[in-house]
Structure formats: C-alpha cells, structure tokens
Design a protein around this ligand. Structure first.
Ligand SMILES: NC(=O)c1ccc[n+]([C@@H]2O[C@H](COP(=O)([O-])OP(=O)(O)OC[C@H]3O[C@@H](n4cnc5c(N)ncnc54)[C@H](OP(=O)(O)O)[C@@H]3O)[C@@H](O)[C@H]2O)c1
Length: 235
C-alpha cells in the first residue's frame, strides 16, 4: 500500500469535523508533516493538541487563517513553501446559504490553488456536498457552491496538470457542524437524512477521510468527484 511517508499535507478546515478526520488519517498514514489551518485560534490549538495526543510519528502544525480574507489565503499559500497535498474542508455553517458561502468554500480554495507550490505527485481535494445532486428547499446557494466546486476542480485539473485536483461530496457526516443545528430540529433532520439514503445511518469522519486519502495517494486520478453519501442519489 502507498503511504504518505515524506509527504507534507495541508488541511484547511482541519480544526474540526471532516478536516480533523483527514488530518488524523494523514498522520496514521505516516505523513511527515500535517499542517491544519482555520479561523479560530483556540480551535486550531485544541485540534493540534488532540492530534499530537495520538503520538503518531508525523509533525503537526497549526495556522490561523480566515478563508474569507483573500489576501490572507494568498499569503498563507505562499508561506507554505513546497507541499504535497491539500485538503480543503473549511466551510462556515453560519454562511451556508448566504452568498458568503462562496468566499470560504470556492474563492478560498481557488486562491490557494493559484498560489501554492506543489511537489511532483501533488494533489488538491475540495469539499462540496450533495445538495446539487439532491437539492433541499431553501438551500439554493449551497447547491450552487457544490456544482461550482465540481467545475472548479475540473478547470484546475487542466490548469495545474500534472498536479491533480478532485472534489469530494459528503452526505450527512457526524461532525461539529451539527452542534449549530438547534436540538429540536436536529432529531427530525437526522431521521429524515437517515431515511433518505441507502445506508440508513449518518457517516463518520474517519469513513470519509478514507476518500481524501485515496485521492492523495492514487497518482492517476484527477478532475473527478467522489460522493461519500450513503447512496443518497439512489434512495
Ligand atoms: N458534515 C456534513 O454533514 C456535511 C455535509 C455536506 C457538506 N459538508 C461540508 O463539508 C465541509 C466540512 O464540514 P464539517 O462537517 O467538517 O464542518 P465543521 O466540523 O463545522 O468544520 C468546519 C471547518 O471550517 C472551518 N472554518 C469555518 N469558517 C472558516 C473561515 N472563515 N476560515 C477558515 N476556516 C473556517 C472551521 O474552523 P474554525 O471555526 O476554526 O474556523 C472548521 O475547521 C463544509 O464545507 C460543509 O459545508 C458537510
């Protein structure tokens, strides 16, 4: 099996949820350095400590980055030096269906892609969702972001080749994102999501992290989208 030995992996959004799962999986796959970045300094520090507590061989670093700030994203990308893989999982739940959603989930990854330096074999993986596959009422901007990210990955795959660019579409994944949904609504929402997919449960961050690791390790896949969604489109 391919590992991430001697690889530098950057996870923007690594302070919680899917991104934290990716950062941990990269360390478990022997990445030599894992850099996590997100906007809240306390959450970054907490996540670095939780990752280090696993006592895996790789080095863990944390950076504070507000992905809404285009200049900061550019500066961050340039400051990284040569890296191998980037997973972008940052998303701001407060902004889910505002036009701001594009700042953190679309423009941020694009600016990073245009300014980062990748070593041969490098890759970028974006995070969309399944709202463009199965739209929900009132979530029109999020549906647009999901489609846009697929186009962005394809366009950048051509522009940055042979650096590989792909996108993952998560279904319902058990992360801190749920903490922001009011408890009263949460139960009903969860039940509905579980019912409307083939695999009748919410997914785990470590399950979807496998898909990010696959896209980092498999050197022959680019411009693709993988949905990790319990079969939502077929239910
Ligand atoms: N979980 C799901 O069911 C699901 C389903 C479909 C799509 N998604 C998408 O997958 C992505 C990850 O979701 P998740 O479930 O892992 O959510 P999460 O646990 O809330 O993680 C979101 C991450 O984004 C970071 N973030 C938020 N605002 C930011 C900003 N302005 N700049 C930089 N980082 C920022 C957060 O860190 P800070 O607070 O420290 O900034 C955190 O690390 C999101 O785009 C989400 O929309 C999730």
């Amino acid at each position: 099996m391919t590992t991430l030995q001697n690889k530098i992996v950057v996870v923007v959004g690594g302070s919680s949820g899917i991104g934290f799962g990716v950062a941990l999986a990269a360390l478990q796959s022997f990445a030599s350095v894992v850099i996590i970045a997100s906007s809240n300094a306390d959450r970054v520090a907490g996540a670095v400590a939780r990752l280090q507590a696993h006592k895996l061989p790789g080095e863990v670093r944390g950076e504070v980055l507000d992905a809404k700030d285009a200049a900061a994203v550019k500066k961050f990308a340039l400051s990284l030096g040569a890296i191998d893989h980037v997973a972008w999982t940052s998303g701001d739940v407060q902004k889910l269906d505002s036009t701001d959603a594009f700042s953190v989930r679309f423009w941020g990854p694009l600016i990073l892609a245009q300014n980062a330096t990748f070593r041969p074999g490098g890759s970028l993986t974006f995070t969309s969702g399944i709202l463009d596959v199965k739209p929900r009422a009132g979530r029109v901007v999020s549906a647009g972001v999901c489609s846009a990210l697929e186009g962005l990955a394809k366009g950048l795959a051509v522009d940055l080749a042979p650096i590989r660019v792909n996108v993952i579409g998560p279904g319902a994944i058990e992360t801190e994102i749920w903490d922001k949904v009011p408890i009263a609504v949460q139960d009903q929402f969860r039940k509905e999501l579980e019912k409307n997919q083939l695999i009748k449960r919410i997914g785990e961050p470590q399950e979807i992290a496998e898909a990010y690791l696959f896209l980092m390790k498999c050197g022959y896949i680019t411009g693709e989208r993988i949905n990790v969604d319990g079969g939502v489109a077929l239910a």
